[in-house]
Design a protein around this ligand. Structure first.
Ligand SMILES: NC(=O)C1=CN([C@@H]2O[C@H](COP(=O)(O)OP(=O)(O)OC[C@H]3O[C@@H](n4cnc5c(N)ncnc54)[C@H](O)[C@@H]3O)[C@@H](O)[C@H]2O)[C@@H](O)CC1
Ligand SMILES: [K+]
Length: 503
């Protein structure tokens, strides 16, 4: 399963396990790493004349000495600039002594136009802000605008969180080893990495499996096998019925966007549950989607009893008032085992934030629906205040902790959306696009989640698939996208998914 994400600590475990299992020792892995980077540099910069390799004192620097030796052998004019010296007897010291180029002090480095910079100062071992010397180098390189190839990670960026720990390099190309780290996918790390290439340096899949990582890149391979494909004997209620709660007359669009997206994602039937006041406006805009009056809890319960929807969407356009949250808590109290699943979004999050503990306990009860909660940054901070404020936690870790306390799958939205399950699994989305920063796009995401849940997809897989499809649809549609375009733009995305499943 080549989609695991390893934390820097897990990567260090993988390194030492790989050395134990062979066939490569530490120096062999380092040589493989250096060779992969040197080959990529020659491929990406044809006609390359000059390279400046900046080497730190650890194994990241060790990789740099290997790159310097190989590029010099290939006829490139290579200079090495070192901060500190590698520990005697270690792999990096051996790489430095095998390198024919005499290093000069980093303090004397200044970039020249036409050069490519290899940043091998710090990688996974970075534990504090860059020294003033390294920080100066990062600023000079940025000022000169010369391309940077980062070894493992741009120095100064945390592999754990993607946050710069102070000054940091910004790379055009980052070459990492075996698997990506969270810092390659979480912003701003993702932007600072440029193009990320994962090089195979001889750490086997078996070694990675032994580490037992449970974070993944969110790509179709993660959920394709579980994706609901309709069978010949299907009928509309087997494909699942979704109920979407609508708000007041002036804010009904959000529920309709979610309803349309649920239908496009494959729900067999969708009903908008509407207050009497909003029936006319909803009715004027709905055709295949059903409409039902629901002013009170009793009316909602009567609908659940009569139509047995599998999934409910609660939040888009409902208003942030505490009464909305009270209604959700009453509903959870009353419904027992039905429906099977729920999506809580937008005002559904804001309106329950003040009673979050009660809400989470309700989701913990045996027989409670499988739930996906989809907060953006502000909503996450409202609902999970202390987790959100903890600056020691990466976005990945925040989402994981939130999922554990809420007993629900969390979709922590943003340019680097993280999906986390209460069982500890998590995924960082890989195909996000700024095109999705448009009003109503979140409502569509809720609807896609619901459409997949209604067809029986498990909550974590459904959330991962929905987040990926949502971005793929936006990218497919391209510039000019508004939320109304998204349900239609799901069609080519679904066609590709079905084709990959041979359906
Ligand atoms: N044998 C291995 O373990 C392999 C390691 N590889 C490379 O090794 C790197 C990790 O090596 P290390 O664990 O030695 O770590 P680094 O080379 O990233 O850091 C070196 C040491 O510098 C110190 N340090 C951290 N931040 C600092 C700062 N801001 N200023 C001054 N000193 C600082 C730390 O004590 C750390 O141990 C990876 O990024 C990768 O490039 C690869 O060669 C593959 C094989
Ligand atoms: K680096």
């Amino acid at each position: 399963m080549p989609y695991e994400i390893l934390t820097p600590k897990e990567m260090a475990q993988a390194d030492s396990l790989a050395m134990k299992r062979g066939p490569f020792d530490g120096y062999g892995l380092m040589c493989n790493a250096g060779a992969a980077i040197a080959a990529l540099i020659l491929e990406r910069f044809p006609g390359l004349a000059r390279v400046d390799v900046l080497c730190g004192p650890g194994n990241n620097g060790g990789d740099g000495y290997v790159v310097a030796r190989l590029l010099a052998q290939a006829g490139v004019d290579v200079s090495v600039w070192a901060e500190g010296t590698p520990r005697a007897g270690g792999d990096a010291a051996r790489a430095a002594s095998d390198c024919p180029i005499v290093p000069r002090p980093l303090a004397e480095f200044s970039p020249v136009p036409g050069s490519v910079i290899v940043d091998a100062l710090y990688g996974a071992g970075l534990s504090k802000p860059l020294s003033s010397m390294a920080a100066r180098a990062a600023r000079l390189v940025a000022g000169q605008g010369v391309p940077v190839v980062a070894v493992d990670l741009p120095s100064g960026v945390s592999g754990e969180s993607g946050q710069p720990l102070g000054d940091a390099f910004a790379a055009a190309l980052t070459v990492t080893f075996a698997r990506k780290k969270p810092g390659h996918l979480l912003q701003p790390g993702r932007r600072l990495c440029g193009d990320v290439v994962v090089a195979n340096i001889g750490i086997t899949d078996a070694v990675i499996a032994e580490i037992g990582a449970c974070a993944f890149e969110n790509a179709p391979e993660l959920w394709l096998e579980d994706f609901p494909i309709s069978h010949v004997d299907t009928y509309k209620y087997r494909r699942g019925h979704v109920g979407v709660f609508s708000g007041e007359p002036s804010t009904t669009g959000a529920a309709r966007l979610a309803a349309m997206a649920a239908a496009r994602s494959g729900a067999g039937a969708v009903t908008v549950l509407s207050p009497t006041r909003s029936l006319a406006v909803n009715g004027a805009h709905l055709t295949s989607i059903m409409l039902r009056k629901a002013d009170t809890l009793d009316e909602v319960l009567a609908f659940l009893d009569a139509r047995k929807p599998k999934t409910l969407v609660f939040g888009p356009g409902l208003g942030p008032e505490p009464e909305v949250g009270n209604f959700l808590l009453d509903l959870l109290e009353a419904i027992g085992r039905a429906p099977e699943s729920m999506v809580i979004d937008a005002d559904g999050i804001t309106s329950t934030a003040l009673q979050a503990e009660t809400f989470f306990r309700a989701l913990e009860r045996q027989g409670a629906p499988q739930t996906i909660i989809t907060p953006h940054e502000g909503e996450f901070h409202r609902m999970f205040k202390s987790i959100g404020e903890d600056s020691n936690l990466s976005k990945l870790e925040k989402a994981r902790r939130a999922a554990a306390v809420a007993n629900a799958v969390i979709v922590y939205k943003g340019p680097d959306t993280v999906i986390a399950s209460p069982d500890g699994r998590a995924a960082i989305n890989e195909n996000g696009t700024p095109l999705l920063a448009t009003a109503g796009s979140g409502d569509v995401l809720s609807g896609i989640c619901a459409g997949l849940l209604a067809q029986g997809m498990a909550a974590f897989e459904a959330a991962c698939a929905a987040v990926w499809m949502h971005a793929a649809a936006a990218t497919h549609f391209g510039p000019g996208l508004i939320a109304e375009d998204l349900p239609e733009a799901l069609r080519p995305v679904l066609r590709d998914i079905f084709a990959r499943r041979g359906a």
